[in-house]
Design a binder for this molecule. Sequence first.
Ligand code: DGY
Length: 437
Amino acid sequence: MQQSLSIEAKNILENNWRQGFTVPCEGLYPFQWHWDSGFIALGWMHLDLERAFKEIQSLLKGQWKNGFIPHIIFHNPSDSYFPGPEVQASHLSPFAPEIPTSGITQPPVLGWVLGEMYAFAKADSRMLPFLNEVYDAAYHFHEYLYTHRDPKGEGLVYICHNWEAGTDNTPVWDSIWDTMDSPEYDLDRKDNLHIAASHRPSNREYQHYIHLIELFKSYAYDDALIAEKSPFLVQDPLFNAMLIASNAALIDLGRILGKLEKVSQLEQWNAQSKKSYNQKLYDPELKGYVYYDLRNDRALPVLSSSSFTALFAGIPDKNRAFEMIEAFAKGPFSGKQKEFLLCASFDPSSNSFDPKRYWRGPIWINLNWLLYRGFRKYAALELTEQIKADTLYLMKKYGFYEYFDPRKEQDKKLTQGYGGKNFSWSAALTLDLLLNK
Ligand code: DGY
């Protein structure tokens, strides 16, 4: 059974490979996506290390001169996605590379992915030359984030677009959309041609997404103007946890590569980031890390699966981690009678929870993988086993879909997952769960 699962996963990655990078999903996402690439590289490292290297090298072809790494790199033309390169118009920025990209980013996974690759293949003679080649670019992205995305010098960087969170349409953003008066654009959406509209963000949400991009274009993607004016400016727990995990990995790798000045700068950034993350983002009543809306100067006290990614990054001390893990095990995400498979992407006890719609409730395999590693790091053995077992159960029953209904009641009736089929990171991370001991 497990063997056939890994063979299927391998076939999906092979089919989604496009001479240098892997599309997240044929048709629906026909280019290279930033954080997808990181998770996908973890799958490739088990199958073909050269492809894992290429995935990262292709991502870096989209890096801007100021260190910024965009969320989409448009390596190839395609008419199956909106908003494509003509809408995102990266050429408006003086820093953009020749290759068209988006002008917003995604969670900074690169550093810790390089750490995973090194841990897996350090004996391979190709590993150190590869790390030497890409290390400075990974560092430069962190330098960009701390220089341009942290206006108060807190060590917590902001995101200025919901797509930068990765959790694109989480209900967390609803109260931000309420502060915006976006025009009613006529949108040429393509996602709903591939996927049922009831499983995707609403048209009104897309109007906000596009409005933010239009604003940033009118500022020529200038960071100072975005910081001053963007109606969406949020310190996101997942984005900052990824940054902290990536800082830590770049510190370890930098020592190995002899990049000691960079190591010392990364140590300073990381100490400040961890301190502020613990002080500012932890909600002692909810027992999880929450979001801070910098634009409107308010905490957004709600739990999503992102609230627990701090465990992956080793951010809480043991006492706090224990408190979080205990609350998680007894709380709404598993359900008092354990009525949910792990892990819903949004608090199932909230009125905004929607178990079918994209990031408003369904299970996502990358978040499951991050939580699995987080629970494991703090020796929460039952949850570690449960989330791994639930993930593999979903893959075996439904195949490598993009997202899944977390309700056990519904699982008895359903025969399909939701969103894109043959989704690359679902395949890649299943391989890692099966093969990485
Ligand atoms: C989409 O188009 O839904 C993507 O997730 C944006 O990055």
